[in-house]
Design a protein around this ligand. Structure first.
Ligand code: UDP
Ligand code: MG
Length: 310
């Protein structure tokens, strides 16, 4: 059995050597006939690519995929999966938050015919309380909105069989939520609980605005329920309008003047105008994504691919 390890890297100069060392050590002891380590350089602006070029000269197991610019984590990962050739593919983060050593017990599970062994985070060491709360809220919202069962607290750390990777490669989406797409593929998938380590070095490449965009990519990829929210608002508006009509009729016959009600009228108008804008915004997000998708551009552009030679 051949194994591929796919690792997207963006400005990870401090981690790359240690990463290479630890992943190589694990692959040496793994019960596989051969292995390759596919490092994707996602347009790093530090020394990441230079270090990769150095390493590839000494290690025949290395494959370096250099993207033309920063494409973002999910597309870099996709580029890596397109280049992986193994019968099983392990996906890792470059910052060593997902311990490569877990490859061995994960491989053990595939013996029983499991297609996807995905890492489920038990504990998030070194992550802020804010990140933990927002992640938990996000996964809850996503599982409520989505019809596909997307497991909670699961990142991109997973071991996949060849047939899953082949199905994944057939998916042309531009806005990718890889963990959800893999869940959508199906076959036999199983969770593997582990403790997520703190980052080895450097800082997170996901600032808040990227996380927010990522969250909406995930939701819009797997649900159209937000589009139906306007129907909910509409129902609420109709009820409120009905009550007000009843009140107006009552006021008319009981000789009460309605003129004094201008403040409540103004509030109601402003309230519904905002609801409408929210709905238009949500619809706009979906239309924008549809627009980008129909342009049908390639998912990523590769500058060069280097394969190690001894
Ligand atoms: N990454 C990438 N391109 C990007 C941002 C991140 O390839 O534009 C890589 C990064 O190098 C790391 C992985 O994606 O290997 C996960 O990023 P990070 O560790 O910053 O995310 P976090 O663990 O904080 O969610
Ligand atoms: Mg990380």
């Amino acid at each position: 059995m051949e194994l591929s390890v796919v690792i997207p890297c963006y400005n990870e100069e401090e981690s790359i050597r240690e990463l290479h060392k630890r992943v190589s050590a694990v692959c040496h002891t793994a019960p596989v006939s051969s292995y390759e380590i596919v490092l994707i350089n996602d347009g790093s602006r530090d020394q990441t690519h230079e270090i990769m070029r150095e390493l590839v000269k000494t290690d025949p197991h290395l494959v370096i995929v250099d993207l033309s610019r920063n494409h973002g984590h999910q597309l870099a990962l996709t580029a890596g999966l397109f280049h992986a050739q193994g019968d099983y593919v392990l996906v890792l983060d470059a910052d060593l938050q997902d311990p490569p050593e877990l490859l061995l017990p994960m491989l053990e599970r595939t013996r029983a015919g499991i297609d996807v062994v995905y890492g489920k985070r038990d504990q998030r060491a070194g992550e802020t309380l804010f990140k933990r709360i927002s992640a938990s809220l996000f996964y809850r919202l996503l599982s409520y909105l989505s019809d596909t069962h997307i497991p909670r607290d699961v990142g991109d750390f997973r071991l996949m069989s060849r047939r899953v990777v082949e199905e994944f490669k057939n998916m042309p989406e531009q806005h990718r939520f890889v963990r959800g797409m893999i869940a959508w593929v199906g076959f036999r998938q199983e969770a593997f609980s582990y403790q997520r380590a703190p980052r080895f070095a450097g800082e997170t490449k996901y600032p808040f605005h990227k996380l927010l965009a990522f969250a909406f990519d995930a939701i819009s990829s797997f649900s159209i329920k937000p589009l139906r929210v306007s129907l909910l608002f509409a129902g609420f508006g109709v009820c409120l309008a009905g009550l007000m009509a009843l009140y107006a009729i009552y006021a008319h016959f009981s000789d009460r003047s309605l003129v004094t009600g201008w403040a409540s009228l103004a509030t109601i108008i402003a309230f519904f105008a905002s609801l409408q804008l929210i709905c238009i915004g949500v619809i706009g997000e979906y239309i924008g994504r549809t627009y980008i998708q129909v342009k049908n551009r390639p998912l990523f552009i590769i500058r060069e691919v280097l394969r190690g030679s001894a």
